[in-house]
Design a protein around this ligand. Structure first.
Ligand SMILES: *[C@@H]1O[C@H](CO)[C@@H](O)[C@H](O)[C@H]1NC(C)=O
Length: 209
């Protein structure tokens, strides 16, 4: 584990990322245009630890997510903003090509969204088992895009999830500190997800692929 408090790291990095969406409108427009691939991918890389903590069920999601965040990190020096990254693929007509940066961005966005739904599920219940929250988050965000073998592997892995207490322990948090940080992430990631979605929908690219 790269951080003593990985959940805190996640919450703080997304709060920082979200600050560019909090300013007044004109400034916000400017800030959004300048959302750097580097700061985005750096915040996203903090989330990988969490997938690891969820055990075998999310092993595939973790590997997939890590590879795609790595790709964004690598291209950050050539394409500075999220907007320019998409424009790059649009110009080359490579948006939907397997392995394109734009496609990877969409996959990473989905990972962030899954974590958001999972955290909300954890906040909404006091269940010691995370199975319900995790399966719901998976079904809502990832399942429509995964093939049957992957869905089956995830379903089997849901029986090997850590318990709520085990997850908190792995993250070096307790119930109250974890709740606070999960809420912070949910609040901060909202505008970031909306913006990424907007980058796709405003160009007629859609997000269901
Ligand atoms: C929970 O963890 C936080 C952060 O480490 C700590 O400040 C707080 O005292 C802990 N609360 C309990 C009830 O252990």
């Amino acid at each position: 584990m790269t951080s003593e408090r990985p959940l805190q790291r996640i919450a703080v990095s997304f709060s920082e990322l979200a600050t560019c969406f909090n300013s007044e409108e004109t400034k916000q427009e400017e800030a959004k245009r300048n959302l750097l691939v580097a700061s985005f991918s750096s915040a996203c890389s903090n989330v990988s630890v969490l997938f690891g903590c969820l055990g075998i069920a999310f092993k595939f999601a973790e590997m997939d997510y890590v590879a795609k965040v790595d790709d964004l990190t690598r291209v950050a020096k050539d394409m500075s903003t999220l907007e320019s990254l998409i424009e790059y693929d649009l110009e080359r007509d490579t948006v939907k090509v397997r392995g394109s940066h734009t496609r990877n961005l969409l996959r990473v966005k989905r990972g962030l969204d899954m974590v958001r739904v999972l955290f909300q599920g954890i906040l909404d219940t006091k269940d010691e088992s995370l199975r319900e929250s995790a399966s719901q988050a998976y079904a809502q965000v990832f399942a429509p895009y995964h093939s049957f073998p992957i869905r089956a592997a995830v379903a089997a892995g849901l029986y090997a999830l850590p318990t709520r207490t085990q997850l908190m322990n792995k993250l070096n948090e307790n119930e109250s500190s974890a709740r606070e940080l999960m809420q912070e992430y949910i609040t901060a990631v909202g505008p970031v997800l909306n913006y990424v979605e907007y980058l796709f929908t405003s160009r007629g690219l859609g997000i269901d692929w």
